[in-house]
Design a protein around this ligand. Structure first.
Ligand SMILES: [Zn+2]
Length: 280
């Protein structure tokens, strides 16, 4: 069976919560989880392009400074990077998802946020907390930051996308739908892959002429029209925190995927990080 838990929403924008975030220690254990992915390239690119378009001026400047020159200030072009380095940074594989006990339709950070060796905090929610915390140390004047904040930005943007993919919080036994074979039209595929890639790519192909920019623009337009009433909720993070991954996971009303909401979550998290840094 696949998971029945997923969620949305972020950022205590009203409260402008700059509360301390638990720092998770990332250990260099050699982990092998070959079947887990995230949104595919189109999904991550779409989510991050929309997010970048909604940044405050200060956050947009910080993102521009952190991105490598070859990205030409396009966050979306590099949001898939954490999937590409999984096999070099073996420790990062477990950070793309959360496995919950089979048939329990709830999620608890202390119980579930761990890797297959039981190492606490090593899951996508722990990673979001960790990289948010690292980015709170950003300073445009610092020549020697404590962490590699370019990587932190890419990990955070990627993982907020991942956590909104319903099967990234899934049952342990089926590895988030990776062991469930189904048919997508005429092709046999596993359920996880269908959510990562096939649904998004088929929509892009059929409704937007295989043009990802048109897909991005259509979602951006819906954010300001059809979904306008929901935007505040997507951007709001309870508990006076900058990021609240546990809320993204367990929001009970999330029975459908809301891609725009992960974009808003990324943009509001980055906006809030910069706000926290620049506000005395
Ligand atoms: Zn991923």
């Amino acid at each position: 069976m696949m998971s029945c838990i997923f969620s949305v929403v972020l950022g205590a924008k009203e409260a402008m919560g700059c509360g301390r975030i638990q720092i998770i220690t990332l250990c260099s254990l050699l982990l092998l989880f070959p079947v887990i992915h995230g949104w595919g390239t189109v999904g991550h690119l779409t989510v991050c392009r929309i997010a970048q378009s909604r940044l405050s001026k200060a956050a947009a400047d910080a993102v521009k400074q952190l991105l490598p020159a070859y990205a030409e200030n396009d966050l979306g072009s590099l949001c898939i990077w954490p999937d590409h380095v999984k096999f070099i940074y073996h420790w990062s594989s477990a950070l793309h998802y959360i496995n919950t006990p089979d048939n329990l339709c709830n999620y608890q950070y202390n119980r579930d946020c761990k890797d297959e060796n039981g190492e606490k905090g090593r899951c996508v929610a722990g990673a979001i907390n960790n990289y948010t915390s690292q980015l709170l140390g950003y300073s445009s004047h610092s020549s020697q930051p404590k962490y590699n904040l370019t990587q932190a930005l890419l990990f955070l943007s990627h993982f907020i996308g991942d956590i909104h993919q319903p099967l990234h919080v899934g049952f342990t036994s089926d590895k988030g739908g990776n062991t469930i074979d189904v048919h997508w039209y005429t092709r046999k595929q596993n359920l996880h892959h269908i959510w990562d890639d096939n649904i998004v790519e088929t929509a892009e192909e059929r409704f937007y002429d295989s043009n990802v920019e048109e897909l991005v623009d259509a979602i951006k337009q819906n954010i300001t029209t059809e979904w306008a009433d929901e935007v505040k909720g997507w951007e709001a993070c309870s508990l006076n925190k900058t990021a609240c991954p546990d809320v993204y996971v367990s929001q009970p009303h999330m029975k459908e995927i809301h891609k725009p909401c992960c974009s808003l979550t990324i943009s509001s998290t980055l906006n809030l990080i910069i706000h926290c840094i620049t506000t005395p």
